[in-house]
Design a protein around this ligand. Structure first.
Ligand SMILES: Nc1ncnc2c1ncn2[C@@H]1O[C@H](COP(=O)(O)OP(=O)(O)OP(=O)(O)O)[C@@H](O)[C@H]1O
Ligand SMILES: [Mg+2]
Length: 223
């Protein structure tokens, strides 16, 4: 499977923005791209003025939202709890098959995780297990500000412990004029994590804006 698995240091760390920018850039460069998110939660409480993850990923890949995310739950809680509240069962093998099917329809798969790597999809199967089963290299979305060194290095350790290959950390949203702390965070994560640290400026939600911001990351080299 060719593609990237976009994880984050936390929920709300910027995974969808990074994934959408990378997918839009690859697509505008002539690569056909499929997007996949195993579980979306919180559909009861959308962010006003902002598409939901599977909607944005569908727009930038030319897909149908429900194809991007096979499992959708209303409450904004961990997938394992959302499924329990809905009386549903998440079957990891079905998610892996669905992601492989999506990858087979395109040149590259951009998969977005849920929360961070150790979030349970079921009590016995984490987002990290899913990334391992897909065999994709990781991109780690992280915040630029205070607290990000610890969160990011913890995520890199969790990835390494499972043999996952991290292609880069993406700090997002990266200010036009970052302060001394943000610039230090970037350099410190790169040095202590021995990893490329890319930055994504604040960007809108239209495909052309996302493609332009994503192209600046030159994501083809990460595939
Ligand atoms: N580069 C950016 N440009 C504009 N907004 C950004 C950027 N990076 C992060 N954000 C904002 O941060 C918030 C969280 O981003 P995003 O939804 O991508 O996070 P996530 O990790 O995908 O969250 P979730 O865990 O819900 O999937 C959003 O409101 C988003 O608009
Ligand atoms: Mg998201």
């Amino acid at each position: 499977m060719r593609g990237l698995f976009v994880t984050g240091t936390d929920t709300g760390a910027g995974k969808t923005v990074v994934a959408a920018a990378v997918a839009a850039a690859l697509r505008s460069g002539g690569t056909s791209v499929a997007a996949f998110k195993p579980v979306v939660t919180g559909t009861d409480e959308p962010e006003p003025g902002r598409p939901m993850d599977h909607e944005l990923l569908a727009v930038v890949t030319g897909a149908v939202p429900n194809q991007v995310a096979p499992l959708r739950f209303g409450p904004p809680v961990s997938p394992h709890l959302a499924a329990e509240l809905a009386g549903a069962a998440i079957e990891p093998a079905e998610l892996v098959t669905a992601a492989r099917d999506a990858a087979a329809r395109a040149d590259a798969l951009i998969a977005e995780g849920v929360g961070g790597l150790l979030v349970p999809l079921t009590l016995g199967y984490s987002v990290r297990d899913f990334a391992v089963d897909l065999g994709l290299p990781l991109l780690v979305a992280a915040r630029p500000g205070l607290g990000t060194i610890n969160h990011t290095l913890l995520t890199l350790e969790a990835a390494a412990a499972a043999g996952l290959d991290v292609r880069a950390v993406g700090l997002t949203p990266w200010a036009a004029a970052p302060g001394a702390m943000e610039r230090s965070n970037r350099a410190t994560i790169a040095a202590l994590g021995r990893v490329e640290v890319a930055t994504l400026p604040r960007v809108g939600v239209t495909p052309p804006e996302l493609a332009a911001a994503g192209a600046a990351l030159a994501p083809e080299r990460w595939l």
